[in-house]
Design a binder for this molecule. Structure first.
Ligand SMILES: [Zn+2]
Length: 184
C-alpha cells in the first residue's frame, strides 16, 4: 500500500473517532444542562459547560486534521504535520485546566454538600456521563496508539478527565442525598 493511501486512512480514522466524541459530547451537553437546570444543580450545569468547552476542542482537532492532511506546497515544503503539534497543545491546555477545576469542584461540592432536592436525576446523568466517557476514552486511546496520533492521545485523556469530573458530580449527588436523609 503506498504511504499516502495509508496516511489518508489514518486521517479518516482520526476524523471518525473525533466525530464519535463530538456526538457523545452533544448528548452530554443536552442532558447535563437540561437536567441541571430542571433540578437546579450547579455542579451538573458546570459539568455541562465543561462539555461545551470539550466540543470546541473537538472541532479544533477536526480543523487540525484537515490542515495536516494538505499536501506539502511551496510555502510548507515539509507538509502540514506541524498543525498536529499545534492542535495537541491546544487540547492539552484545557486538559490541564480541567484537571485543576475538577479537584476544586470535588472539594467544593463535598464541602457545601450541595443541597439538591432530587439527587437521583443528577446521579443518573452523572453515571451515564461516566460510562459514555470511559467508553470514549478506551476507544480513542486505542486508536491513538494504533495511528500514533498525539492529538488523539491528548483527546483520549481529556475524555478520561471528563469521566472523573462527572464522578465528582456523582459523589456530590450522593452526599446531598445522604444529608437529606440525615435531616428526616
Ligand atoms: Zn473535557
Amino acid at each position: 500500500m503506498p504511504p499516502h493511501v495509508k496516511e489518508t486512512q489514518a486521517f479518516e480514522q482520526i476524523l471518525r473517532i473525533t466525530w464519535l466524541g463530538i456526538t457523545i459530547n452533544v448528548i452530554l451537553v443536552a442532558i447535563k444542562l437540561t437536567t441541571g437546570m430542571l433540578v437546579s444543580s450547579m455542579s451538573l450545569i458546570a459539568d455541562g459547560f465543561h462539555s461545551v468547552s470539550d466540543l470546541i476542542s473537538d472541532f479544533a482537532v477536526i480543523l487540525g486534521v484537515k490542515i495536516s492532511r494538505k499536501e506539502p506546497d511551496e510555502k510548507h515544503p515539509y507538509g502540514h504535520g506541524w498543525a498536529e503539534n499545534f492542535i495537541t497543545f491546544f487540547t492539552a491546555v484545557p486538559l490541564a485546566a480541567a484537571g485543576g477545576y475538577m479537584v476544586i469542584k470535588a472539594i467544593n461540592s463535598i464541602a457545601r454538600q450541595e443541597i439538591t432536592k432530587i439527587g437521583f436525576p443528577v446521579l443518573g446523568v452523572a453515571l451515564i456521563a461516566i460510562i459514555l466517557k470511559e467508553f470514549t476514552f478506551k476507544i480513542t486511546k486505542k486508536a491513538a496508539v494504533q495511528l500514533s496520533s498525539s492529538m488523539l492521545y491528548a483527546n483520549a485523556w481529556d475524555h478520561r478527565s471528563d469521566a472523573l469530573s462527572s464522578l465528582a458530580v456523582a459523589i456530590g449527588a450522593i452526599a446531598s442525598m445522604f444529608s437529606i436523609r440525615w435531616r428526616l
